[in-house]
Unconditional design. Sequence first.
Length: 133
Amino acid sequence: MSESTLSQLCSEGIVSWIKKKTGPFATTVESADKLAELEKEHEVLIVAYFKEFSVSTFCIGPSLSGCILNKSLLGLQGAEYDEFKSTATKIEDVFFAQTTDANAAKAAGLTKPGIAAVKNFAGRWLPVVWHAN
């Protein structure tokens, strides 16, 4: 392997590590098409299918008369989600995705909430599926 190739691989690895540490721990997939794109881009992809996102509302800039602005965030909650997040933040060399879209989940081999590991083999993927209780 040439020095420039080795240097490029090291650079790509460093960029990937920085993105993993500073960005979101998982990409939210909203369609089967987006999942297909991610499957092509990543050698190994972990897809978590959750039933639904929760809406949390919080107050920005409290004042004597109440909130200056109420803001809502879509998010996931619960023990399964907490475990998924904990695992995704610790593993650096695997790409993680999350979805509440039934079609995206089905494309990953999930028919109910759970996790699928997708491994690419020359353009074909092999899902390994775990379903929640």
